[in-house]
Structure formats: C-alpha cells, structure tokens
Design a protein around this ligand. Structure first.
Ligand code: ZN
Length: 187
C-alpha cells in the first residue's frame, strides 16, 4: 500500500490525510504551493509525443495546497473512538499503568455515564478489562483507583497522528513539532 500524504493549507495548517493519487492531481493542476519530505511513491504517466519522455509525478510526504482544500472525512473536532483513544493513551491503562493490546482495553468513563459523566475526551481513559471491572460504576475517588494521567482533548496535529496508523518519519516530525508537551505521544 502506498502511504497517505499529509495535506496542509498554504499556511502549513494540516487539513487531513489524502491518498497519494489525489496528491498527484494537485501537482498536475499546479496547486501544490510547497512540499516537504521524501516522495511517497513515483507515479509514471504516458509518453509525451512531442518530447518522447515519460511523465512522472512523485508526491512528497507533505504537500501544501494553494487555495481551498477539500479533504474528505476531515472532522473539525477530534473524533473520539476506541481506536483514537487507545493511541492517545499509548495503549496504557489509566489505572494500573500496564500496556495492553486493543482487544484487552476498554474505554472507561472516569465519571461513569450512569452518574452523568460525559462521553468526551476529558472524561475517558483507556483501561484494561480488570481495572474497568474493579472500578465498576464508581468514580476513581470512590474506587480508590487514582488516575495515572489526566485525560485531555488532542489538538489538530495530534488528532492527525491518531488517525493514521502508518505515518512516515517526515510526517511524524512535522506533526509532533506542534503537539503540546503534555501530550502522551511525547512520552
Ligand atoms: Zn489496568
């Protein structure tokens, strides 16, 4: 699989991940203002009748697009899902601090939903099955299970890291530079 391209607006603000094929169209329409990083792939086109040369476009890992960028599936608010939550918390249980695989983790509501706790980034942590069961329908204080880290809402840069499981080094460096120090992704 060809890695996805990190798409920015002309000011460098990330807009989303796009397939490399879509980046090729931006290059072909001369809409790429600047780019960064190694090419993700080399696409070869037809042979030009006039020059006899084969056309070639090699989109970089990061491309900044001139004008309005329409990236599909771009959520304005970081999407809270089990997958993105587990990546935010680096697959570490918020109560025992051990690392687990996806299937052994649960989305724990710090203040239980039955007690009015919201389903928001700041009220959820990854928790292993054992801890989740032990905590039950209680707050961490009631269960005497203090949280090991404070849940937070990822910013736009961090959110893009959470969305893509196959990030190239150039893309990771660009995004991480804008992720706040408190982020667990720096750990
Ligand atoms: Zn645990």
């Amino acid at each position: 699989m060809i890695p996805e391209v990190l798409c920015l607006d002309i000011g460098g603000l990330p807009r989303g991940w796009i397939p490399a094929e879509e980046a090729v169209l931006y290059y072909a329409r001369n809409l790429v203002g600047w780019d960064l990083g190694k090419p993700v792939h080399v696409f070869r086109g037809g042979i030009c009748a006039r020059t006899g040369q084969r056309s070639e476009i090699a989109p970089a890992a990061i491309v900044a697009i001139r004008g309005e960028v329409h990236v599909e599936h771009w959520a304005r608010e970081p999407l809270l899902s089990r997958a993105t939550l587990f990546v935010r918390d680096r697959h570490v249980c918020g109560y025992c601090g051990e690392q687990f695989k996806d299937q052994d983790l649960t989305k724990d509501h710090v203040v239980p939903q039955s007690r009015g706790g919201a389903n928001t980034w700041t009220n959820v942590v990854a928790a292993c099955r054992a801890c989740n069961q032990k905590k039950d329908d209680r707050t961490p204080e009631e269960a005497h299970m203090p949280l090991l880290f404070v849940p937070y809402t990822p910013n736009r840069y961090e959110h893009l890291i959470l969305l893509n499981r196959r990030i190239l080094a150039d893309q990771m460096a660009y995004l991480l530079a804008h992720v706040p120090r408190h982020s667990r992704l720096h750990a």
